[in-house]
Design a binder for this molecule. Structure first.
Ligand SMILES: Cc1cc2nc3c(=O)[nH]c(=O)nc-3n(C[C@H](O)[C@H](O)[C@H](O)COP(=O)(O)OP(=O)(O)OC[C@H]3O[C@@H](n4cnc5c(N)ncnc54)[C@H](O)[C@@H]3O)c2cc1C
Length: 553
């Protein structure tokens, strides 16, 4: 932590030197001592100090100064540092003004000049004031700050990006947090420029893209080499496992994700069934461990960077990114996973990011403290989401079309939900409309048996329904099933056009697509198990086939 500051002001150079000397002697170990002969000059620098996250513990000012009276200076200074202690240095003739200031403007103390010996007349007073300041002072959050409006889709996207990439940050809501308004004023940010990210060094990024924030925080958006042995597209559990094995086995490996490492698992509040973690572990913890392990083995990680096309040329494959850049690789593992289906009903599209969220959106849970929230979906992810939200929300309602959860959710989660008094199941129910001006306020729910509709107040809706693979962008000759999942291995033979694409004498390896050297692993693959462990297993297996393929070329 930076040392807090003591600022002394006196227009008389000789007196100022004496104050400085005495302050340094007693306080320099724990405080930075600044001094000036001009009150105006100090006031001009205070905002800059604030922007740099410096804290002032005490102002000590002479009363009679040509540019400003000491009392006026202390009043102004306290507008920037409201918690700082204020001490006036007075001549005998100014005592009356000083006493008035104690009453009128809550001046903390006045000291008569001269203050010799300091051990008797100066330090006891200042020690007491500084102790008091220390006991009330909460060190400011020193890292990155995100200022914006809670119900703004851009703000939600940035929160999600920062949390996904494991960057600690402080969220400051303009509507509810006075610190947010102070910070916006300090950096002269108007509403149109929000959300804004205020970096630790005081640099402000207004309405930044994920790329701009990522770059500023040291994420790597560009590949450093011209050719890789393996490029892994998607850094969920499958991609991360492939990266760890490929890196540890000496392949020049590039791991790419369009948002953050961890994928769906990274958004999970508690994975309870992953082997080796009897007490469960959070998705962010699993991600932190895995990305550390992969990069330790020399894997290069690019994020946020979206792959938009693959162009095979002989034994090389050109990967194109959304920013127009390219990279060349000898083999590819596609591990782009799945995303949730859109809930298609009136009103929800315009409120997405403003009370309507797809997936766990754990970053938003606290915003709905003591308020009613709704979860749509009956799978494990919906169950986990409901359990997580039940800690902060007043009530959590799970909306499902079926009569109960038994066919879709693991028993351990059903048991947990039944034991949680503020979670309520709404069976045979569907959402038919979302209502709200700038954010979600109500839902219209329909009973599927009676067709009866009712309007309920809702602060948030978290949607966990069905999944679709991230494969629309793959235009080359890779066979997908009717839902867009990638076919691999022996299953390819079911397709009539398979032989048009597959020209090698051997059959495709188990996880190989119908384009030789391009493999698929995890949820994106047709027939996948939709589990963290199976995605990890497939990622690891894919690398053994990559070795075989590379040995052939
Ligand atoms: C909330 C939640 C809780 C869950 N809990 C459990 C649990 O307790 N136990 C369990 O076994 N399973 C659980 N699951 C399921 C499990 O998380 C998934 O099966 C697993 O994450 C699949 O991993 P994957 O690597 O195949 O894909 P994903 O995790 O979906 O990762 C895919 C990655 O690819 C990236 N990507 C997509 N397209 C591109 C592109 N064009 N360019 C670059 N990157 C791209 C995405 O950003 C994403 O990071 C849960 C899922 C959710 C959502």
């Amino acid at each position: 932590m930076k040392s807090p500051i003591i600022i002394a002001v006196d227009d008389d150079q000789a007196v100022l030197q004496a104050i400085q000397r005495d302050l340094r002697q007693q306080y320099r170990k724990n405080y930075k001592i600044l001094s000036s002969t001009s009150a105006n000059e100090v006031l001009e620098t205070l905002n800059e100090l604030r922007r740099k996250n410096e804290e002032v513990a005490l102002f000590l000012s002479d009363q009679r100064m040509p540019d400003m009276l000491g009392v006026d200076f202390l009043i102004q200074a306290r507008k920037v540092y409201p918690l700082a202690k204020t001490v006036l240095l007075t001549a005998y003739s100014d005592i009356e003004a000083a006493i008035r200031a104690i009453n009128d403007v809550q001046l903390d103390y006045y000291l008569n000049k001269p203050w010799d010996p300091p051990a008797e007349k100066l330090y006891p007073v200042l020690d007491e004031l500084l102790n008091d300041w220390q006991s009330n002072y909460r060190p400011p959050f020193e890292g990155l700050k995100l200022v914006g409006y809670q119900f703004s889709p851009r703000t939600h996207e940035l929160k999600d990006f920062l949390a996904g990439n494991l960057f600690p940050y402080q969220w400051l809501d303009m509507e509810t947090n006075p610190e947010a308004r102070q910070l916006a004023q300090l950096h002269q940010l108007d509403a149109k420029e929000l959300p804004a990210v205020v970096m630790q060094d005081g640099v402000v990024l207004k309405q930044p893209s994920m790329q701009a924030v990522g770059e500023k925080l040291g994420l790597q958006p560009r590949a450093t080499q011209s050719l890789y042995d393996l490029a892994i597209i998607g850094a969920g559990p499958a991609g991360l496992a492939a990266a760890v094995y490929a890196g540890s086995e000496g392949l020049r490996t590039l791991l790419i994700d369009k948002r953050a490492p961890g994928g769906q698992a990274g958004t999970s509040s508690r994975i309870e069934n992953y082997l080796g973690f009897p007490a469960g572990l959070s998705g962010s913890e699993l991600t932190r461990r895995a990305i550390t392990q992969a990069t330790r083995f020399g894997v290069e990680f690019l994020a946020p960077q979206e792959v938009v096309a693959i162009k095979p040329q002989g034994q090389y494959k050109h990967i194109e990114f959304s920013d127009g850049s390219q990279v060349v690789t000898r083999s590819i593992v596609l591990s782009t996973g799945v995303s949730y289906h859109k809930l298609d009903c009136p009103g929800l599209d315009k409120l997405t990011g403003a009370g309507v969220y797809y997936g766990a959106a754990t970053t938003e849970a606290y915003a709905f403290k003591d308020k009613p929230v709704y979860v749509v979906g009956g799978g494990n992810s919906a169950g986990q989401g409901a359990m997580y939200l039940s800690r902060t929300a007043s009530e959590v309602y799970i909306i499902i079309r079926r009569p109960d959860l038994t066919a879709t959710m693991s028993q351990y989660l059903i048991d947990q939900i039944e034991k949680t008094p503020n979670i309520h199941l709404l069976p045979c129910t569907t959402v038919s409309e979302g209502l709200g001006e700038s954010h979600l306020e109500c839902l219209v729910l329909e009973d599927l048996n009676t067709k009866e509709q009712r309007k309920v107040p809702a602060s948030a809706l978290f949607i966990f329904i069905g999944t679709k693979p991230y494969t629309d962008w793959i235009e080359m000759n890779i066979i997908k099933d009717a839902k867009g999942f990638i076919e691999t291995g022996r299953d390819l033979a079911k397709y009539q056009d398979y032989k048009e694409f597959w020209k090698l004498d051997r059959d495709p390896y188990l996880l190989e697509t119908c384009s030789a050297g391009i493999f698929a692993a995890g949820d994106v693959r047709a027939g996948a198990m939709n589990r963290v462990a199976s995605a990890v297993g497939e990622g690891a297996m894919a690398v053994s086939f990559v070795h075989k393929y590379l040995a052939e070329t």
